[in-house]
Design a protein. Structure first.
Length: 389
């Protein structure tokens, strides 16, 4: 069976040339029937062999919205891409998967055989788009950028002389930093909900695994970036150990999500519901819960930084007032605040009462002095003694 016939079973049948980029991409992808959704999912992860009875729409709604949102943002620039429909995109992914050990400059002429009317830049741009959608890594070489982008998202360069495998693995090399000698325990209270409420963190979601757990911002105004497509991590992990995404990276990313978003926690469930993020898909193998930062390798420094922030002193007055981790200290602080508040009110009332009394005494003293002056003066003082009469 030829490559094209093999891939034909994985793709949406006969879409139009402009079908990949459309103004209605988000709703169109979300509203596809289950057969079409399964063909699309299997094109990304052929090892799943997903069938309509096994498809849980809720698990993939966020992923389909990400696909549609990305394609919609590139709709004004569709002529700068070689791939114009879903079959072309899926064939690109198929080639990239099979030729992961070929360099970028070797892949471009091979893919261009299917796109005779496209330039090398158009082909390279389609390759990088396929990687972004398939692997969840924001591959976007600067000379190929088109369309809008978020300035806070890291751009990953794919050098011409590097293979796809080399480019991916270079993004997850552990770095030895100032945190390397520090180990911190991670108890059940170490969750995103508590980080948000106690440390006043702003949670920012990302579609790129490279930016996962990135902590940014000045004291008191920090934001934590979290990768939102847990289902993609799980699907990659369900493949063989030779998957292009390193298995240890996938396992560690899943462990960070399981730690920060504990299953069954009501506050976590309410938070994810408000954020419209689905994290309840089950990993293909049971992963032990992390109990300390040394349990992590690739994201260890990020976890140490978060643990230091969580276990450290409050950074702002608001955090100090709302920090309930040390209940005796929290109670003492608020008793002192209410004590000062009540004393201030009490002294204010007493001051007002005595001020009124002082005013009345001053009036009486004035009247007495005026009466004495009028009695001692032979000629009554005009405008004063006449009032006493």
């Amino acid at each position: 069976m030829s490559e094209d016939s093999t891939m034909a079973s994985l793709v949406v049948p006969q879409p139009c040339r402009e079908d990949l980029f459309s103004k209605s991409s988000p709703t169109r992808l979300l509203n596809m029937d289950k057969d079409s959704k399964c063909r699309l999912i299997n094109a990304f992860w052929p090892h799943l062999r997903l069938t309509p009875p096994d498809l849980i729409d809720e698990e993939y709604s966020d992923f389909f919205y990400f696909l549609g949102k990305t394609l919609l943002s590139l709709y004004p620039h569709l002529e700068k891409f070689a791939a114009r429909d879903l079959p072309d995109l899926f064939l690109d992914i198929h080639t990239l998967r099979d030729r992961r050990h070929s360099t970028k400059q070797e892949l471009i002429p091979e893919l261009r055989q299917r796109y005779s009317d496209s330039s090398d830049s158009d082909v390279a741009r389609s390759m990088e788009l396929a990687v972004r959608l398939w692997l969840g890594i924001n591959v976007c070489s600067r000379q190929l950028i088109v369309g809008p982008r978020n300035g806070r998202d890291s751009l990953v360069e794919w050098a011409d002389a590097h293979t796809l495998d080399q480019m991916v693995r270079s993004q997850f090399v552990p770095h030895q930093t100032r945190w390397s000698s520090r180990n911190s325990p991670l108890d059940d209270s170490f969750t995103v909900v508590n980080l948000k409420s106690i440390c006043r963190l702003n949670i920012r979601w990302t579609d790129s695994l490279v930016d996962h757990l990135k902590l940014e911002g000045p004291r008191g105004h920090r934001s934590l970036t979290i990768y939102r497509h847990k289902i993609s991590l799980i699907n990659h992990r369900k493949g063989s150990d030779s998957t292009i995404m390193p298995p240890d990276v996938l396992d560690e990313a899943l462990r960070t999500l399981d730690l920060l978003f504990p299953f069954g926690d009501p506050k976590t469930e309410a938070f994810l519901k408000d954020e419209k993020v689905q994290f309840w898909a089950v990993a293909p193998r049971e992963l032990p819960r992390a109990t300390e930062t040394d349990d992590f390798h690739h994201w260890r420094n990020n976890m140490v930084a978060l643990a230091s922030l969580f276990n450290g002193p409050p950074e702002t007055i608001v955090q100090t007032l709302l920090d309930t981790r040390n209940l005796p200290q929290f109670a003492t602080l608020w008793v002192a605040i209410f004590g000062v508040f009540l004393l201030t009110i009490l002294f204010g009332i007493l001051t007002t009462v005595f001020s009124i009394k002082q005013y009345r005494i001053a009036i009486k003293s004035y009247e007495l002095s005026l009466a004495m002056a009028c009695q001692q003066t032979a000629t009554p003082l005009p405008l004063f003694c006449t009032k006493l009469d």
